[in-house]
Design a protein around this ligand. Structure first.
Ligand SMILES: Nc1ncnc2c1ncn2[C@@H]1O[C@H](COP(=O)(O)OP(=O)(O)OP(=O)(O)O)[C@@H](O)[C@H]1O
Length: 367
């Protein structure tokens, strides 16, 4: 039988040229119809579920991050849709620019973290033999805004070489998905697959406030899931997962969560010496005039957080640029170094805007 002759399926008779053309036309038309139908249904689904596109973007982002984390074959991790969603918020250690030397004036806290968190991560071999020691599974960083809590959390992840799962509370409580519980579970299952890992929850008080009147069933269930999974890592000696929370309002944290965070570190407003250290770090990247006296400057900055100090230095640095432009100087000539006058001027401007701010009143140990 000649294989190049096309025959009728039923009768086995050879098809005429006309019949073959008709067959090809019909076949192409049905393939095109199927393609357009698929496109139409896809569009329809996008209208019914507008998050579909976002989910796809999140998935691609997650795949890329996981590859860069060193998980070459992401498929082997068998991540669920929910885990991929959480993984899109992943921060990998090599992308974290903050390390201990960027943090000024918090030496005691940094030492404590090195001892209680980093060392057990790094020297697991030795700590495993120590039956009485369980690495902490919950750490709370609390204190006024802009004093370095987020910096400490990121530097910890960098130094420990951990995957840093940055949870945004809204991501878990997003009512559109209505799948908060599955997402909460995915946080822990992903952390387990990627361990060693740190789950970081900024504004952890917001996460817990939901036990109030506004709380509704779905959120309450998500929280219950979260707590029981957290307990799971606490009781598992082999897990290398830690939950780190940060808050400006420690007094609003639910007792159930506080119990799960046995290490509570107060990250306070910097004192005068700490302000000198922060100034030295922040201004370390600029040229300073000889008249700059960091100790004198630091003394005048009472009530300034690390973030205020950074903002003040930025103002002082920009003042030179404005002067440069005003004087219509040639752009090839260098900017002059920052002077004490620039810094004092900038601190006065900051002081004025700060006087309208509400003070930070609630350290945890004074409740
Ligand atoms: N101790 C510090 N040393 C150096 N820079 C600091 C310090 N504290 C704060 N900063 C500067 O302020 C910025 C904000 O700090 P960070 O986000 O860590 O504060 P935070 O305590 O987490 O604030 P919030 O509670 O508002 O989230 C940092 O990016 C850094 O530029």
């Amino acid at each position: 039988m000649n294989p190049f002759i096309i025959r009728d399926f039923e009768t086995g008779e050879p098809l005429s040229k006309q019949q073959v053309v008709l067959f090809v036309v019909r076949f192409t038309a049905s393939a095109a119809a199927a393609y357009f139908l698929y496109k139409y249904v896809d569009k329809l689904l996008a209208i019914v579920d507008p998050t579909k596109k976002q989910k796809k973007i999140a998935e691609e982002k997650a795949q890329n991050l996981l590859k860069r984390l060193g998980k070459k074959d992401v498929k082997d991790l068998h991540l669920t849709e929910y885990e991929l969603n959480i993984a899109s918020q992943l921060i990998i250690p090599s992308d974290i620019y903050v390390s201990w030397q960027h943090i000024g004036g918090l030496t005691a806290i940094i030492e404590q973290i090195k001892e209680t968190v980093i060392l057990p991560f790094h020297r697991r071999d030795i700590f495993k033999q120590c039956k009485l020691f369980l690495p902490p599974k919950g750490i709370l960083l609390y204190g006024p805004p802009g004093c370095g809590k987020t910096m400490i959390a990121k530097a910890t992840a960098k130094e420990a070489g951990c995957a840093f799962i940055n949870i945004e509370v809204q991501q878990l409580t997003d009512k559109w998905y209505g799948e908060s519980q599955k997402l909460a579970a995915a946080v822990f299952s992903l952390a387990r697959k990627l361990q060693p890992s740190i789950i970081f929850i900024d504004e952890i008080d917001v996460f817990l406030q939901m036990r109030s009147d506004r709380d509704h069933e779905v959120t309450a269930m998500m929280k219950a899931t979260f707590m029981s999974l957290w307990d799971g890592i606490v009781s598992d000696n082999n897990s290398q997962i830690m939950v780190m929370g940060a808050t400006n309002r420690p007094q609003q944290i639910d007792q159930a969560i506080l119990r799960r965070m046995p290490i509570r570190l107060n990250v306070p407003m910097p004192d005068s010496q700490q302000r000198v250290n922060i100034l030295a770090i922040v201004l370390g990247v600029e040229q300073l005039k000889d008249d700059v006296d960091l100790t004198e400057l630091a003394e005048s900055l009472s009530g300034f957080s690390g973030s205020d100090i950074r903002e003040m230095c930025r103002h002082a640095s920009v003042a030179r640029v404005h002067e440069f432009i005003k004087e219509q100087r040639d752009s090839s000539s260098p900017l002059r170094p920052i002077s004490m006058e620039d810094l004092v001027g900038a601190s006065k401007v900051m002081q004025q805007s700060k006087s309208s701010e509400a003070p930070y009143l609630f350290p945890l140990n004074q409740r």
